[in-house]
Design a protein around this ligand. Structure first.
Ligand code: ARG
Length: 482
C-alpha cells in the first residue's frame, strides 16, 4: 500500500478498505494528463517564487523521466499505489528525493483530479468530434451518388411516399451534424481550468491560476473553488451527447438490419462487416449493426448512473465522485469504437438500387400525388383523397399499382382522369416535383449537398481562439527551460 497520507492514523488501513478505495486500476487512463498538470503546476510555482529554479528543474526532470519510462514500458503502473496521483508523486520522490515532496505545494488531489478528468474529457470530446466528421464525409459521398436512387419513404414502417437514398441518408447527416455542434458547445462551456482550487478553498500561496490555465489551453481559470472541485456537469453533458450519438447510430443500425434482411434486400452488408452462424451455413448476419444498437443501452446506463451519483452530493468534494470515471471511460471507448466500425460498415455497404426502386414503385407511394393530380383538375382535396382511397382498394383486389390501370379503368372511378395522369404519378415525377429546400427532389438535394460540402470544409476544431490563450506544447517546453 503506497498512499499519500497516514500521519494522523494509528492503524494500518484494512486491506479490503484499501482495495475498495483505490482507483489506480482505472484512473491510470489519465496518466499523461496527470503529468502534464504537474509540469504546468511546477512551472507556475517557480515563476511565482514558491519553488527555486533548481527545484523546478529537478522536479521537471523527474516528471518527464517518469513519463518517458512509462511510455517505454520501463516503469509499470501497478496496483500498489492508491491512485495515479500517488503513483506519480511516490515515483518522483524515489527518483529525485526530498525535493519531489514539494510538488504538491498549493495543490490538493481534489483540484488535481478535477483537472485530469477535464483534460482527458476535453481531448475525447475532440476525438469523438473527429470521428463524427469522418462519418459525415462518408455519408455525403453516398448522398452525392444517390440523388436519383428512388426508394420508399416510410411512416409507421409502412410505405408512405417516394424519396431518394440521398434524402434518407441526408436525414442522418443532419443528426450527426447536430451531434457535432453539441460537442462544440460542451467544449466551449467546459474549457475552464480548476487547478488552483485546492481541496475546496483555494490556497494561501501566491499562485497564478490564469497562467496555468493558459498553459493548459483553457479559456481561463474557474471562478469558484468549491464548484471547481465538485463540478462534473461537463461529464454529464458529454455522456448525454454520447447517448444521443448512440441513439442516432442505433436507429440507423436498426434500418440497416431491416434493409439487409432477405425480405427487403435494399442493401448488402460487406462480408468483412458480417458474421456467420455456427450451425446454419447459409447465414450472413449483421452482427456489427446489432452490437452498435445493443451497446446504446450501456452508454445510456453511464449517463443515468452518473446523474444519480451526483444528485445527492453536498459541496464540495466527496469520494462518490470517483465513480465518474470507469463508466465515462467505458462510454467514450464504446462510442468511439461504434463510430469507427459503423463508418466502415456504411462505406463498404452495397445499395441494391433496383430493389429499392421497385419497392418504391409498389405500395402506392404515389397515392398522394394521384390525389394532388385530381386537385390540379379542380377537385377539392378531401374528395380526391376519397376517390384515390377507393382506387387503392380496387388495385389491391386486382393486385396491381395505380399506374398499371388502364385509362378506362381510371375513368371508371373518376371521369376527371386523363392520359396525363401517368406522367403525373410516375415515380420520377413524384420525387422530382418535390423541390423546396429540405425535400427529396434531386435539385433541392443537390443544393443541400453543396451546403454540406461547405460545412465540412470549415472545421470548428481549427478555429484560432479555440484553446483560449493556449501556449501549446511547444510553448510549455519553452517555459520549462526558463
Ligand atoms: N481518486 C480520487 C477521485 O477520483 C482522487 C481524489 C481524491 N481526493 C480525496 N480527497 N480523497 O476522485
Amino acid at each position: 500500500m503506497a498512499q499519500l497520507w497516514g500521519g494522523r492514523f494509528t492503524k494500518e488501513t484494512d486491506q479490503l478498505v484499501y482495495n475498495f478505495n483505490a482507483s489506480i486500476s482505472f484512473d491510470q487512463k489519465f496518466f499523461k494528463q496527470d503529468i502534464e498538470g504537474s509540469i504546468v503546476h511546477t512551472i507556475m510555482l517557480a515563476k511565482q517564487g514558491i519553488l527555486t529554479k533548481e527545484e523546478k528543474d529537478e522536479i521537471l526532470k523527474g516528471l518527464t523521466g517518469i513519463r518517458q519510462d512509462v511510455e517505454d514500458g520501463k516503469l509499470a503502473i501497478t496496483e500498489e499505489y492508491e491512485d495515479i496521483h500517488s503513483f506519480v508523486e511516490a515515483n518522483l520522490i524515489d527518483r529525485i528525493g526530498d525535493v519531489g515532496k514539494k510538488l504538491h505545494t498549493g495543490r490538493s488531489r481534489n483540484d488535481q483530479v478535477a483537472l485530469d478528468m477535464r483534460l482527458y474529457t476535453r481531448l475525447e470530446v475532440l476525438n469523438t468530434d473527429s470521428l463524427l466528421k469522418e462519418l459525415l464525409q462518408t455519408l455525403l459521398t453516398i448522398m452525392e451518388e444517390h440523388t436519383q436512387t428512388y426508394m420508399p419513404g416510410f411512416t409507421h414502417l409502412q410505405k408512405a411516399q417516394p424519396v431518394t437514398l440521398a434524402h434518407h441518408i441526408g436525414a442522418y447527416f443532419e443528426m450527426f451534424k447536430r451531434d457535432r455542434s453539441r460537442l462544440k458547445d460542451i467544449f466551449y462551456r467546459m474549457n475552464y481550468c480548476p487547478l488552483g482550487a485546492g481541496a475546496l478553498a483555494g490556497t494561501t500561496y501566491p499562485i497564478d491560476r490564469a497562467y496555468t490555465a493558459s498553459l493548459l489551453g483553457f479559456e481561463g481559470p474557474t471562478l469558484n473553488s468549491m464548484d471547481s472541485v465538485s463540478d462534473r456537469d461537463y461529464v454529464i453533458e458529454f455522456l448525454s451527447a454520447l447517448s444521443t450519438i448512440m441513439m442516432h447510430l442505433s436507429r440507423f443500425c436498426e434500418e440497416i438490419i431491416i434493409w439487409n434482411s432477405n425480405e427487403y434486400r435494399f442493401v448488402e452488408i460487406d462480408d468483412a462487416y458480417s458474421t456467420g452462424s455456427s450451425i446454419m451455413p447459409q447465414k450472413k448476419n449483421p452482427d456489427i449493426a446489432e452490437l452498435v444498437r445493443g451497446k446504446t443501452g450501456r452508454v445510456y446506463g453511464a449517463l443515468v448512473s452518473i446523474l444519480t451519483t451526483m444528485k445527492g452530493i453536498p459541496l464540495a468534494y466527496n469520494k462518490d465522485m470517483q465513480e465518474d470515471k470507469e463508466l465515462t471511460f467505458d462510454a467514450i471507448d464504446t462510442v468511439k469504437g461504434c463510430l469507427a466500425l459503423f463508418e466502415g460498415m456504411v462505406r463498404t455497404m452495397k445499395f441494391n438500387e433496383d430493389v429499392m426502386e421497385k419497392s418504391a414503385a409498389l405500395g402506392f407511394t404515389n397515392a398522394t400525388d394521384a390525389a394532388d393530380y385530381l386537385v390540379g383538375k379542380g377537385m377539392p382535396f378531401r374528395d380526391a383523397h376519397g376517390i384515390i382511397g377507393r382506387l387503392v382498394l380496387f388495385c389491391i383486389e386486382k393486385n396491381c399499382s395505380i399506374d398499371e390501370l388502364s385509362i378506362e379503368e381510371l375513368k371508371g372511378i373518376s371521369p376527371v382522369f386523363e392520359e396525363d395522369v401517368y406522367r403525373a404519378i410516375s415515380l420520377k415525377t413524384c420525387v422530382e416535383k418535390r423541390l423546396t429546400i429540405g425535400a427529396p427532389g434531386p435539385e433541392a438535394m443537390r443544393e443541400v449537398i453543396r451546403m454540406h460540402k461547405e460545412y465540412l470544409k470549415k472545421d470548428w476544431q481549427d478555429e484560432d481562439d479555440m484553446f483560449g490563450g493556449m501556449l501549446g506544447e511547444l510553448e510549455i517546453k519553452e517555459e520549462m527551460k526558463k
